[in-house]
Ligand binder design. Structure first.
Ligand code: FAD
Ligand code: FES
Ligand code: FES
Length: 1363
């Protein structure tokens, strides 16, 4: 074949033309945008299509139809070469600070929907994509200011985008606000209007949306570009053949000379199968028209292999309007609906159907599509060399993995007419259903199991029942090699009259057939799902009401009409489609005394965050000569490291050095971090002490190369002469491996435990429970940039919650004085405690490499490494003995806790204190405890939002639940009876209980019962449970008490000559709104000068990045109180300025009558008044520590066939004192609650026996998403009035609301109790099987296990006994 001459790659980004002649074909769009352009709004959150931080809009010209197609895509997976001729739009492209923000940006800001801002640009583009495409539909013209998009479509547009900060509710509001069918009353708190304003007023205040703004601006020059591109360099080439013949020659040619080829369509497969690259040739199948066509005729629908999943969905849905038989239409629609839950919109928009099936065939990928298509007997068209063949999908999957010479051309879903003619029964009908159990209802999560059933049934003339004529039952994605048909079960059903006993036998057969491979996780759960789905499908066909009523005699039920069956099928189907957040209400009651304090003003910089112009550490352009680092870490828990080698075959040109402990300079120390409790080395010396221990740091020309090199490292370990590692708390106890807890931090026992036990009517002795870890999942992983400077100085840009500590560690490590170091932190893309101590070694590594190599060095940790090293929340083992009276009042409690702290102490010595603080929310009578902080060979655990407090509060609830279950009492009564009186509060919280009127918990408890309608809803739940068999509900009310502590904090305010103001604080903006509150405080405090124009001061204030040279003693941003302490520090500095300005102001006022702020400042400059003031707020002993309260009611519904829990409603009442900014506090409450929901219900962060984390990214670590938050989410912020010792009477909101998510866990437990009661009834046993431990997280498998993996069999047995 003659090769065409190389062409250039041409495309546009935000209207700008790019033309490249040399591109490494493995370059992704994200990599290009972030490293070669100024467009940094695309963020790297996961690199595997699972988070949406990198979403861009791709616009492609279709010359045949002369139209532009616009679709969102994950730029982290899309290869740059594949966008030849396309236009890319990023968030800064839809609007920005220079040309004006887009209303999407402005509404994100105004609805308070951006906290750290790292996810926001991706969210904006996803929404923008939905608006662009809605405009192209034939829907009626919407009223001015609205899009044609519907509420559900708008919300679904961002269902695949993750946010770890906000809790999604405000983001949903932004989406809804554009929708034509929005109910304005449904939109929550925003800065545009107030509750009660009229609809017209509200509309007039929303940043106006002009539909012309969303017509994509496709640059004309791109229309002229030819779509075939061929790029070649010495090393690589990219081909885009346009015919099958061309493809054949390319494959043959390359097959012959052993070239390493990669066939690609959209490359999303590398999201799952991380591709190490190294191919010589890339062949893009996207240009071959045969592969992109869809044909439909009487024989069925044929879909080209390169057709995207989104396109396939569209076409399958279109079929409903043409002349196919109705059964077939429903089948196609259901296939489309199921496909709509594969990955997320921005993946489906590019991912091809053929790519999915080839991954299933070649790599055993857990494909949904193969399950669906096997059930309908789909055929595939394959080309191997020059041979073409049609075979069934089943045959295709069973073949050995296809080679490079084979290409899948198309897939055909045959029409039912063909099948019908096979059936001998003229009255037979086809029923079709698909099933999918996955952690997220709307998708963006691989399933535990998928199933699809195509069954032909006919009426039985004699019995009036239903006979199964034939069936195809397919299952997959459960840990099998590929999707399979359960042929034995199919055979068993064939020709059988459906009955309970037949179903029982079939279910048993399914269980024996659907057996996951040995190394699959949750095998019993997956098998039970298969049984559940078979039951769900066939039971309604037997179990008609008439039958149940007439169970003793033969049924007279006549066969349903075709119409009824179809309707019945539709009904089942629609019940399965999950709904999104419906709405939320917010009640904020803030004081007006200290304005603008108390105003819900917009978060500082929110619009910039939305447009993507806000600069995070990795957005700072690389200085010249910059190198990039990546860690080589231990994969053994305890081993000597003999040697480390990089794989030589990879030809890693551009790797500059491997830094290790040997590179610590003279005078420096091998120190990676330090707390008051101890030190952690930067690099392991001879011995690695945990999985994830840093062994070395590869430094290379690019981040990709550094990662590749680190990944290729071969470490030679030896464990000779080493004791076995300590991998459990039990091992730690046996070997007395503990960290010391300073006595001042160890809490005190309360009362006399023996006396308390003696007073008890009942005792539970030595009950045990375990709590696991949680990963931070900040959207921005750990990152730093170190730039060496003259005279042995260094500047480090770090995403850190504690730059002060980082500063001193860098100095110590490098052996230089602290005044040679400068650490700058502007903003942090989510911290949650994980960017405190854990950020330090990352910065220190970069600094060490930078000093050694005399070049700037930066690092952006990949998600997998971050997850392995992070440590996360502390796991623990709890043993308790509790004594209580008949009325539920606890009289004594003894608690033994073994905390797994990992290898280095970090902040773990505070755990006993923190656990106990939150645990003491109840009056336990007498309380004794022993809490040991165990040193184990796991990565050191660190602070994570509510460290220890979350566990303490939860343990308290678990004990209360246990007591209630033992007494068969209503657990809410047991909670109420054990709440503190003010007297007992004083006993348990000796130095921080506050005044009697500050103990607001009892009133919160009562008020919440009323506002959440608790009693009435409890009755409704009971009624629901009485009439529903397969769904059960639970409701629970939970209180929290948290002790908070303020720390010394600096502040500095400076006024420029034009009257603008700069404020510096020790606290770091991590998304929690600290800067916003600080701005409000500065405006309030400076306005005390009382001159004209001070009401506009807010606009003149800028809070600037933290710089450890400009402001020392910045401390930690943690413990929820940094905002208020920073505010207080700033207030003190402003007071100084006001005092300095006052005499001048009074003089000028006398002279001039009134004086403007700007004039005053000009005069002050002329009079040499010092207009910069620093302060250091040191809280007094009596004000340092205080208690905070809140309560939540949550209602959930569990599906006892799948274990899925839906969070129906949550109502929170939280005491914020007098909120400094209720919008910010509301965001903290909602965000913390949803993060807690993740901990209690969803997020598994497990390790293997060596301590290696099993969850390495978005595919298996599932944080809450838009579809897993409470459907109704109501939050009330209580203004509990005047608190003399607090900062302007305010109280913190950052962490305590996370504890409230335990209410969801408790409600789930209540629902499970109901399910278990029912199972007992089926076993003809009465009573309450209610004392069970509900694991955290109570995810689907856990819930299902407690309801019974064999619940279907039990039910059917019970039915058989009754019939
Ligand atoms: C975040 C995420 C979530 C996902 N969730 C799900 C899910 O829940 N359920 C599910 O079923 N799938 C899921 N997927 C898989 C997704 O459907 C596939 O990645 C996608 O369909 C592959 O299409 P592609 O065009 O990107 O293929 P590519 O990535 O380009 O190719 C994939 C593989 O197939 C080969 N290939 C592609 N087309 C052909 C062809 N025509 N002939 C021969 N070889 C070919 C390629 O060489 C490569 O080896 C998910 C993917 C991602 C990234
Ligand atoms: S970074 Fe691309 S989806 Fe997460
Ligand atoms: S605001 Fe969404 S991740 Fe921080």
């Amino acid at each position: 074949m003659e090769l065409q001459p190389p062409t250039n790659l041409i495309f546009a980004v935000n209207g700008e033309r790019f033309e490249l002649s040399h591109v490494d074909p493995s370059t992704t769009v994200l990599e290009f945008l972030r490293t070669r352009t100024r467009f940094k709004s695309v963020k790297l959150g996961c690199g595997e299509g699972g988070c949406g931080a990198c979403v861009v809009l791709i616009s492609k010209y279709d010359p045949v139809h002369d139209r532009v197609e616009d679709f969102t895509a994950s730029s982290c997976l899309t290869l740059l070469c594949s966008i030849h001729g396309c236009s890319i739009t990023t968030s800064e492209g839809i609007g920005n600070s220079k040309e004006g923000f887009h209303p999407i940006h402005e509404r994100f800001a105004g609805f308070h929907a951006s906290q750290c801002g790292f996810c926001t640009p991706g969210m904006c583009v996803s929404l923008f994509g939905a608006l662009v495409n809605a405009e192209k539909t034939n829907c009626p013209e919407p009223p001015a200011g609205f899009s044609k998009v519907s509420v559900t479509e708008a919300e679904k547009a961002i269902a695949g985008n993750l946010c770890r900060c906000t809790g999604y509710r405000p983001i949903a509001d932004v989406c809804k606000s554009f929708a034509v069918d929005v109910d304005m009353e449904d939109l929550g708190l925003n800065s545009f209007w107030r509750k009660g304003d009229s609809k017209d007023f509200k509309l007039s205040r929303l940043p106006q949306y002009d539909r012309n703004q969303t017509i994509s601006r496709f640059p004309l020059f791109l229309k002229e570009i030819k779509h075939d591109v061929f790029l070649a360099s010495e090393k690589h080439s990219w081909h885009r053949p346009i015919s099958l013949m061309e493809l054949q020659s390319l494959l043959q040619l390359n097959h012959a000379n052993g070239t390493r080829i990669k066939v690609v369509v959209s490359n999303t497969g590398t999201g799952y199968y991380k591709d190490t690259g190294g191919y010589d040739k890339y062949i893009d199948l996207g240009g071959i028209s045969e592969l992109s066509k869809i044909r439909k005729d009487g024989t069925g629908v044929e879909i080209g292999a390169a057709v995207t999943i989104t396109k396939a969905i569209e076409v399958l849905r279109e079929e409903s309007r043409i002349e196919f038989p109705s059964d077939y239409v429903i089948i196609l629609e259901k296939i489309a609906d199921h496909m709509n839950r594969i990955a997320s919109g921005f993946v489906r928009n590019t991912a091809s159907v053929g790519g999915n099936l080839v991954m299933a065939q070649k790599n055993n990928f857990p494909s949904d599509i193969s399950v669906l298509l096997i059930a309908v007997d789909a055929m595939v068209h394959i080309m191997t060399g020059t041979q073409f063949e049609w075979l069934t999908l089943e045959e295709f999957l069973e073949r050995p993995p296809i080679g490079m010479e084979s290409v899948l051309l198309s897939i055909k879903i045959p029409s039912l007419e063909l099948k019908k003619s096979e059936s001998s029964e003229p009255r037979s009908r086809f029923l079709f259903e698909t099933y999918r159990a996955s952690p997220r209802p709307l998708g963006n999560a691989l399933p535990y199991l998928s199933a699809a059933f195509l069954v032909s049934v006919s009426p039985c003339k004699d019995s009036g029942g239903i006979v199964v004529d034939t069936c195809r039952l397919s299952f997959g994605a459960y840990g099998s090699k590929h999707a399979i048909r359960a042929k034995k079960v199919e055979k068993f059903f064939s020709g059988k009259l459906l009955s309970v006993s037949i179903l029982y036998d079939a279910v048993n057969l399914v269980r024996a057939t659907i057996v996951p491979k040995d190394n699959t996780l949750k095998t019993s759960y997956r098998s039970s799902l298969a049984a559940g789905f078979i039951f769900q499908f066939f039971n309604p066909l037997i179990n008609c009401p008439e039958r149940i009523a007439n169970s003793n005699g033969p049924s007279n039920l006549s066969f349903m009409t075709a119409f009824e069956l179809t309707e019945n099928q539709k009904q089942v189907h629609h019940d399965k489609i999950p709904t999104l957040l419906s709405s939320g209400e917010q009640f904020l009651d803030a004081g007006t005394e200290y304005q603008p304090i108390g105003e819900p003003i917009i978060k500082s910089g929110a619009a910039l965050q939305a447009s993507g112009e806000a600069v995070f550490v990795d957005d700072i352009p690389s200085p010249p000569n910059c190198l990039h680092g990546a860690y080589i870490y231990s994969t053994k828990p305890l081993a000597n490291v003999r040697s480390i080698k990089l794989t030589p075959e990879l030809k890693l040109d551009g790797v500059r050095d491997i830094i290790s402990s040997k590179d610590i300079p003279k005078g420096g120390e091998n120190v990676g971090s330090k707390t008051i409790f101890g030190v952690e080395p930067l690099f392991a010396e001879e011995t690695a002490r945990c999985v994830g221990d840093r062994l070395a740091f590869v430094v290379a020309d690019t981040q990709k190369l550094a990662d590749m090199a680190a990944n290729s490292a071969v470490v030679d370990y030896d464990t000779e002469n080493l004791e076995p590692p300590i991998l459990s708390v039990e091992d730690a106890v046996e070997r007395s491996s503990f960290f010391e807890v300073p006595s001042f931090l160890y809490p005190k026992h309360v009362g006399d435990i023996s006396k308390g036990m003696a007073e008890a009517d009942h005792k539970i002795l030595s009950a045990e429970m375990n709590l696991e870890s949680q990963y931070y999942f900040y959207m921005e992983t750990q990152t730093a940039l170190a730039v060496p400077d003259e005279d042995n100085c260094i500047t480090v840009f770090s995403s850190s919650q504690c730059p002060e500590f980082l500063h001193s560690i860098v100095a110590k490590c490098l052996g230089i004085p602290e005044n040679n170091v400068r650490v700058i932190t502007r903003r942090v893309g989510g911290g949650f405690g994980g960017k405190a101590i854990k950020s330090i070694p990352v910065a220190a590594s970069c600094a060490l490499a930078a000093m050694k190599l005399k070049r700037p060095v930066r690092m952006y940790l990949n998600r997998k490494t971050d997850m392995i090293m992070a440590g996360g929340r502390h796991p623990m083992k709890i043993t308790y003995s509790v004594g209580f009276r008949n009325d539920g009042k606890v009289t004594a409690l003894d608690l033994q806790i073994l905390v797994n702290a990992g290898i280095y102490v970090d902040i773990s010595a505070v755990m006993p204190h923190n656990i106990l603080c939150a645990f003491k929310k109840y009056d336990w009578g007498a309380l004794s405890f022993d809490i040991k902080v165990c040193r184990t060979n796991h990565p050191s655990r660190s602070a994570m939002r509510g460290p220890g407090e979350v566990q303490g509060s939860f343990i308290a609830e678990a004990i209360i639940e246990h007591v209630a279950a033992t007494l068969s009492m209503d657990v809410d009564c047991v909670r109420s009876i054990n709440l503190h009186t003010y007297e007992s509060l004083q006993l348990f919280y000796e130095h921080c209980h506050g005044e009697p009127d500050e103990y607001t918990l009892p009133s919160i408890w009562r008020k919440l019962a009323v506002s959440a309608n608790y009693d009435h809803r409890t009755k409704m739940v009971q009624e629901f449970n009485r009439i529903n068999t397969w769904k059960k509900r639970g409701i629970s009310r939970v209180p929290v008490t948290v002790q908070l502590m303020q720390r010394p904090t600096p502040g500095k305010t400076s006024i420029f000559s034009d009257g603008s103001i700069v404020v510096e604080v020790g606290g770091i903006e991590i998304g929690q709104g600290l800067w916003t509150k600080v701005k409000q405080m500065a405006a309030y405090a400076l306005s005390a000068i009382q001159c004209d124009g001070t009401e506009g001061l807010l606009e003149k204030i800028r809070v600037v990045q933290s710089d450890t040279v400009s402001m020392i003693q910045g401390g930690f941003t943690s413990g929820s109180t940094t905002s208020e302490s920073s505010c207080e520090a700033v207030r003190l500095s402003c007071n100084i300025l006001v005092e300095r300005l006052k005499p001048l102001k009074e003089r000028l006022q006398k002279e001039m009558g009134s004086i403007k702020w700007e004039t005053l400042i000009v005069q002050a400059y002329m009079q040499a008044v010092n207009l910069s003031a620093s302060s250091f707020y040191v809280p007094s002993n009596d004000s340092m520590s205080y208690l905070n309260y809140g309560a939540a009611v949550s209602e959930v519904e569990i599906d006892i066939l799948t274990g899925e829990t839906r969070f129906l409603q949550t109502d929170i009442l939280y005491d914020c004192g007098q909120s400094l900014n209720p919008a910010v506090d509301l965001g903290q409450i909602e965000g913390a609650f949803v993060q807690g929901l993740g901990f209690f219900m969803l997020e598994e962060y497990e390790t293997n026996l060596d301590g290696l984390v099993l969850q390495e990214g978005t595919f298996n670590y599932k944080i809450p998403s838009m579809d897993t938050i409470p459907k109704q989410f109501n939050v009330q912020i209580l203004n509990s009035g005047h608190h003399q010792l607090r900062v302007l009477s305010s109280k913190a909101s950052g962490e305590p609301p996370l504890l409230l998510a335990a209410s969801i866990h408790c409600a789930t437990r209540a629902a499970i109790k109901e399910a278990r009661k029912q199972v007992l009834l089926w076993s003809n046993k009465d009573g309450a099987d209610t004392t069970f431990q509900l694991r955290v997280p109570a995810n689907m498998p856990v819930v299902k296990e407690l309801c019974g993996f064999d619940i279907v069999e039990r039910y059917l047995k019970w039915k058989m006994g009754r019939t």
